[in-house]
Design a protein around this ligand. Structure first.
Ligand SMILES: Nc1ncnc2c1ncn2[C@@H]1O[C@H](COP(=O)(O)OP(=O)(O)OP(=O)(O)O)[C@@H](O)[C@H]1O
Ligand SMILES: [Mg+2]
Length: 367
């Protein structure tokens, strides 16, 4: 007999998985990964798993998250801009967009942004984010084959949550780019904790959902809740509904004909809606082990390190040769003195801004 997940995987549509914390979303995701891998001959789809918590496994291995410049350059302005709160997002996009078609590597991009960073808040914001990614060891100038990404990409190796979020968005852009360039097909992309992309207005996710429909690519996206602003779009795909919080459920139940009692589902129980079946079915998903604790994975790809970036502030040469280092003074300044000093600093800063920044002559032309 045909199982619900046969129809789900064979469906022409993508799948979203909703459920509160502990409702069994990750277990369901791992179950589907296992099904694809055990029955590769039947479904012909290989998994790519963006694993936020580091709990999934795959027979194709567990990979370090690495982003290569060639695969992501077109998406850098908008993805970096979306990671900046407020109006400086526009400046960030502009600063990066001016450079990306002129430079061929992250290293060069970072060098150029450094030159602008003291005067341009966009360049400063971009460089700060790229630095966070360098600390996380995820940027490379090497061109990676799409096959690198088959299997589980363990994002939990990135401890800084903002850097992890940004890496997730960029990885999605990389995969999306490979797909529309026809370098990658016959894959199922699993994004556990896709709601971490809320910061990006989910736009990148929604675009990906719509754009890859015509390739043999299935997306499986996990959310903790049904985001009301995107409910119409997300609920138009196949749905696996675990337990969800009452308010969101009540609000959407009548709008989207959700089945009764979803807030009472036990972990591992779900309502499933598959496009081709056009009805809700109540299923019990078999318990599946998740990976516990992270594994020791290091990138085998040469990545760009922060220390390799030259400082924009020239270090005075004589400082190193000074024989008597100055003792720190313990004298406190009066408020007036502080004000005077600040005014002086501001004046000096303004004068310095008039000076051309070293290396300005290599500034690339704006299109
Ligand atoms: N299919 C299942 N059968 C039996 N028990 C399950 C099943 N799925 C989940 N559970 C139980 O619920 C617990 C939480 O599951 P899981 O980690 O998959 O939830 P989650 O929704 O991903 O939670 P989180 O929000 O923490 O990521 C599991 O440790 C297990 O005890
Ligand atoms: Mg989970």
């Amino acid at each position: 007999m045909k199982k619900w997940y046969d129809d789900l995987i064979a469906s022409r549509n993508h799948t979203v998985i909703f459920g509160t914390t502990g409702s069994g979303k990750s277990t369901t995701l791992q179950f589907l990964i296992n099904v694809l891998e055990e029955h590769y001959a039947r479904y012909g789809l290989k998994p790519i798993v963006l694993d936020w918590c580091g709990e999934h496994y795959s027979k194709y291995g567990i990979k370090y998250p690495v982003i290569s410049y060639a695969a992501v350059r077109e998406y850098l302005p908008s993805v970096l801009a979306a990671s900046v709160i407020g109006s400086s997002g526009i400046a960030t996009a502009a600063a990066v967009r001016d450079l990306i078609y002129e430079v061929d590597t992250f290293s060069r991009l970072i060098e150029c942004l450094q030159l602008h960073a003291s005067r341009d808040i966009g360049a400063k914001a971009a460089i700060d984010r790229l630095k966070a990614l360098m600390y996380a060891d995820v940027l490379t100038d090497v061109e990676l084959e799409p096959e690198y990404y088959i299997g589980v990409i363990d994002l939990s190796v990135i401890k800084d949550v903002e850097a992890r979020r940004l890496t997730m968005a960029l990885l999605l852009a990389v995969i999306y780019n490979f797909i529309i360039d026809k370098k990658l097909s016959n894959v199922a992309v699993f994004i556990d904790e896709a709601f971490t992309l809320y910061r990006y207005n989910l736009q990148i996710v929604i675009e990906a959902l719509q754009a890859v429909r015509k390739y043999n690519v299935k997306l499986f996206l996990v959310f903790q809740n049904i985001p009301v602003d995107y409910a119409d779009e997300l609920l138009s795909h196949n749905v696996i509904l675990h337990r969800i919080p009452e308010p969101a459920y009540v609000e959407l139940r009548y709008r989207r004909a959700l089945p009764g009692n979803a807030p009472k589902l036990k972990p591992g129980e779900a309502y499933v809606y598959i496009d081709e079946r056009a009805k809700w079915v109540h299923v019990k998903i078999p318990p599946t082990e998740l990976r516990k604790g992270s594994v020791d994975i290091k990138s085998t790809v040469p990545t760009i390190r922060v220390k390799a970036v030259p400082s924009i502030v020239p270090v005075p040469q004589q400082a190193a040769t000074q024989s008597t280092p100055q003792q720190p003074s313990v004298k406190f300044m009066t408020a007036d003195e502080v004000l005077k000093m600040l005014r002086k600093q501001i004046k000096r800063g303004e004068e310095e801004l008039e000076q051309p920044i070293p290396g300005e002559d290599i500034e690339v032309e704006v299109e």
